[in-house]
Design a protein around this ligand. Structure first.
Ligand code: SF4
Ligand code: SF4
Ligand code: SF4
Length: 197
């Protein structure tokens, strides 16, 4: 057998190459890297809101408590509705800010009158637990402007995201750290807007 086909340890070339590929892939996974246009860049976890089915696991499976996943609002897509499916319990007949009328279990959504008949809704991230109830309610009305995102001022960028492992919609993927958000209605972006902290 030629020296091309075997290395000093006696491994055939094809096997040796397979080990090299596996080692590079493992390094990428461990250090959180991803290839973008031929370059290797730092990467972080993000969920694709177009794939998310609001199963609730973003709230319960994160290694952090409360979760690093929060609701964000794409104001470009919002109808500024008085009857907001993301804010109000489905059966309410009065559209007010009374606690018993609100869908959010933590009171994390602020409703503000803009002008007749429009209302603006913003998220208090410190109160949001990422349960996705408001997202489901908003989706039911068709606007789908409320959605979930991993917030990178909180996420510790685990090598293997615990939520990604359990996500039934396979909505999680690695994205470039410099453009870490998948905001509805836009391409990747550096930061969501309109959040209340
Ligand atoms: S685990 Fe997946 S499907 Fe469930 S809420 Fe999170 S992103 Fe959506
Ligand atoms: S309903 Fe859930 S996801 Fe929506 S703002 Fe409240 S805590 Fe956050
Ligand atoms: S990478 Fe870790 S901290 Fe970030 S969302 Fe996933 S489980 Fe939570």
């Amino acid at each position: 057998m030629s020296t091309d086909a075997h290395d000093k340890a006696g491994w055939p070339g094809a096997v040796r190459n397979a080990f090299r590929v596996a080692a590079v892939l493992a390094l990428g996974a461990v250090t959180g890297l991803c290839a973008v246009r031929g370059q290797v860049q730092p990467a972080v976890w993000q969920l694709d809101p177009q794939l998310c089915i609001q199963c609730g696991r973003c709230a319960t499976e994160c290694v952090l408590a409360p979760s690093a996943v929060k609701c964000v609002h794409a104001f470009d897509l919002c109808g500024y509705c008085d009857l907001c499916g993301g804010y109000l319990q489905p059966q309410v007949t009065e559209f007010t800010t009374a606690a018993e009328h609100q869908l959010c279990p933590t009171g994390a959504i602020v409703r503000r009158f803009v002008e007749e008949p429009y209302f603006e809704y913003t998220i208090i991230e410190e109160l949001c637990v990422g349960c996705g109830r408001c997202v489901k309610g908003c989706n039911a009305f068709g606007n789908s402007s409320l959605h979930l995102q991993v917030r990178h001022d909180r996420c510790v960028n685990c090598n293997e995201c615990a939520i990604a492992r359990r996500c039934p919609a396979k909505a999680y993927r690695r994205v470039p750290a410099g453009r870490p958000y998948l905001i509805k209605g836009r391409e990747t972006t550096a930061e969501p807007d309109g959040q209340t902290r």
